[in-house]
Design a protein around this ligand. Structure first.
Ligand SMILES: N[C@@H](CCC(=O)N[C@@H](CS)C(=O)NCC(=O)O)C(=O)O
Length: 196
């Protein structure tokens, strides 16, 4: 959903494909032929080449579409965006993966409830307090313009809504700002997540 938001912000034509984790489609041969890591997001570019890893995909989209201004040109701006993005994708996301796909962490189905509970605990007690302290400036994640870091906070906000995890105040205000963007409304409609 984060990469989907970036594609919508850029405004060029694209297609999305949804995978059902419940049906283990990420591990099936059809998807493994595209991304043997069995992970989303996965981007197939116009020349047929495949790009994986959120940060790489987001950076490629930003740098290939400079008019969309999704990644600052100055090094301080760029590393601050990367710092926050990497925390979302490399740390916070894995607590959610505990909740969405506990089998990644243990083959023992009897332990899945405990893995899910630990994921929730990490999000609520450890990771969101860090994000909350980061989101004090604004109006966007890093300064005054929307960047690829905001796209990661967007999907974390949506995942929180799905798992009924309350966002702390700064994060909530930031998420509401993102949700007000036309691109976000379009993503929600396309993903079947828009509230009636
Ligand atoms: N390092 C990867 C992580 C991607 C990732 O963990 N995606 C999750 C989304 S919940 C996934 O596809 N999980 C399915 C699985 O692990 O089976 C990235 O940055 O894109």
């Amino acid at each position: 959903m984060g990469i989907h938001l970036l594609l919508e912000e850029i405004g060029k034509p694209y297609e999305t494909r949804k995978l059902s984790f419940a049906d283990h489609e990420q591990y099936k041969p059809e998807f493994a032929a595209i991304n043997p890591k069995g992970k989303v997001p996965t981007l197939v570019r116009d020349d047929g080449s495949v790009l994986t890893e959120y940060g790489a995909i987001a950076t490629w989209l930003a740098r290939s579409n400079p008019a969309s201004r999704l990644l600052p040109d100055d090094i301080e701006g760029e590393v601050r965006v990367r710092e926050l993005l990497d925390y979302c994708v490399g740390t916070v996301q894995y607590a959610f993966t505990r909740m969405f796909v506990p089998a990644v962490f243990t083959a023992n189905a009897a332990d899945h409830a405990a893995v899910r509970a630990r994921g929730r605990e990490l999000v609520e007690q450890k990771y969101f307090p860090v994000l909350e302290r980061t989101l004090t400036g604004g109006p966007y994640a890093v300064g005054s313009s929307f960047s690829i870091a905001d796209s990661a906070l967007f999907y974390l906000g949506l995942w929180s809504r799905h798992h009924e995890i309350a966002l702390p105040p700064n994060f909530r205000a930031h998420f509401e700002r993102l949700m007000a963007r036309p691109a976000a409304s379009k993503v929600l409609r396309d993903e079947g997540l828009a509230k009636a």
